[in-house]
Design a binder for this molecule. Structure first.
Ligand code: ARG
Length: 459
């Protein structure tokens, strides 16, 4: 009968129940948040005259000792203690005696876990933002070097129009910037303190929620206790933020896998971040981007898992909610290692501009430019220009050359209105640099975009 809640029970809990009911194996990760929360709570109770200063010192000394025991690995985590909240309080009471039993005045495990888990998630939002910024900086380094490096821009995975590699990477910088903003806005929205909500309805004790909120670094106090003790939106938001970020990482990974194939050979991943085959000695496999693509799945699973846990819950706290933590811990750890390794893979990969250029000379990438020329210089309606260009593409195919290499005479055979000035329109470099509209691929526009991301990272 060593349970803290055993007063109304006459038989001891079965060991099977202990195993099933406990969260201590995973929520112990929150020990720092839990001890800091208890210290803030005790300081507030003291200020309000609910605890004496002497009692406060006993509690804070006891909690410091618990912290040391946990960090040195001495602390005994027992499944029968159910969760970290009870394990820590029990140990505190063992160390300091009956004063330890006063700590839980005007508090419930329901607001306690809401405080601990929320603070963990808030902290992780900011740490992931920092890691995203490091990744973006590394992508920027590569992008800056390649604002003139041509490669085929694609739609439907078919060669479409020439772009430069810096511009291509700029697309990912845009995605990661949105990810950062998503984590930051979630952090701001959820930075409210649950402490003092107690079990569900508040407390008759004369507490000061503003004080604990401030001590714990929250911006404000939550509005409605019934909502607060059962709200896990903050956890869902970080899961959605990580899922979206992993989706972006997965898209980039997919391109890295393709680009490192013999068929593309646009990049070569460094030996440090590639793996071999156990049977085929010649192989160099892109395991890193493949695993990044794969790990995206488990993060989506955690998001779906928690959405499903929450959907049928009546107010307020329900034990189902205990299922909120493992998926978030796993998603956060997946995000952290994914960001770190992707950054290294990008930093150490070798870009192959020559192969990108070769690929740009396949598929008549400047065909749209010929049509634009016919519209701009010959005053031909676009539909007709499109048709004439189609003829020029067919002729190039017949000659087994790229449209950018066609001789003027063939074009003039198709339409006599075409002048010698057409050839500069057909050059793929000019084609890329012609796209100067806002957000376009022209090298000057790309450089502006990269400058924009640089400024974003510096602020
Ligand atoms: N271990 C619980 C959880 O993770 C803590 C809150 C338990 N509250 C309760 N009334 N049983 O959600």
């Amino acid at each position: 009968m060593d349970k803290m809640w055993s007063g109304r029970f006459s038989a001891t809990a079965s060991t099977l129940l202990d195993q099933f009911n406990a969260s201590i194996m995973f929520d112990r990760k929150l020990y720092r948040e839990d001890i800091e929360g208890s210290l803030a709570h005790a300081a507030m109770l003291t200020k309000q005259g609910i605890l004496t200063t002497e009692e406060f010192h006993q509690i804070s000394d006891g909690l410091s000792q618990v912290m040391i025991e946990i960090e040195s690995g001495e602390f005994e985590w027992k499944i029968s203690d159910e969760d970290l909240h009870m394990a820590i309080e029990k140990r505190l009471t063992a160390i300091i005696g009956d004063t330890g039993k006063k700590l839980h005045t005007a508090r419930s495990r329901n607001d306690q876990v809401a405080v601990d888990f929320r603070r963990y998630v808030l902290r992780k939002n900011l740490e992931i933002v920092d890691a995203l910024k490091l990744l973006m900086s590394e992508i920027l380094v590569v992008a800056h070097k390649h604002t003139e490096t041509l490669l085929p821009g694609m739609t439907h995975l078919q060669h479409a129009q020439p772009i430069n590699f810096g511009f291509h990477l700029g697309a990912y910088l845009s995605m990661f910037k949105r990810d950062i903003e998503r984590f930051e806005s979630s952090h701001k929205r959820n930075n409210v303190s649950p402490l003092g909500c107690a079990a569900l309805a508040g407390t008759p004790h004369n507490i000061n929620r503003d004080m604990t909120a401030e001590l714990l670094g929250f911006d404000e106090v939550s509005i409605n206790c019934l909502d607060t003790v059962s709200d896990r939106d903050f956890a869902l938001e970080i899961l959605f933020g990580i899922s979206t970020m992993m989706m972006h990482i997965s898209r980039l990974s997919e391109e890295l896998v393709m680009w490192s194939s013999y068929e593309f050979a646009f990049v070569e991943l460094s030996d440090e971040y590639s793996t071999g085959s156990s049977i085929m000695p010649q192989k160099k496999n892109p395991d890193v981007p493949e695993l990044l693509r794969g790990k995206t799945g488990r993060v989506y699973g955690s998001l779906m898992g928690l959405l499903t846990v929450m959907k049928g819950l009546p107010l307020a706290y329900n034990k189902d909610t205990q299922e909120d933590k493992e998926g978030v811990f796993d998603a956060v750890e997946t995000a952290e290692i994914s960001l770190a390794i992707l950054k290294e893979a990008i930093k150490t990969m070798q870009v192959k501009p020559h192969n990108m250029l070769k690929a740009s000379k396949v598929g008549h990438l400047s065909a749209t430019d010929l049509a634009d020329y016919l519209v701009q210089k010959c005053n031909i309606p676009f539909r007709e220009a499109h048709f004439i260009t189609g003829k020029a593409v067919a002729k190039s195919e017949e000659l087994k050359i790229d449209l950018s290499d066609i001789e003027l005479k063939y074009l003039q055979d198709i339409d006599s209105r075409i002048g010698g000035d057409v050839l500069e329109f057909l050059s793929i470099t000019n084609s890329m640099n012609a796209r100067t509209s806002a957000g376009g691929t022209a090298s000057i526009r790309t450089k502006e975009q990269l400058q924009y991301f640089k400024t974003f990272l510096e602020k």
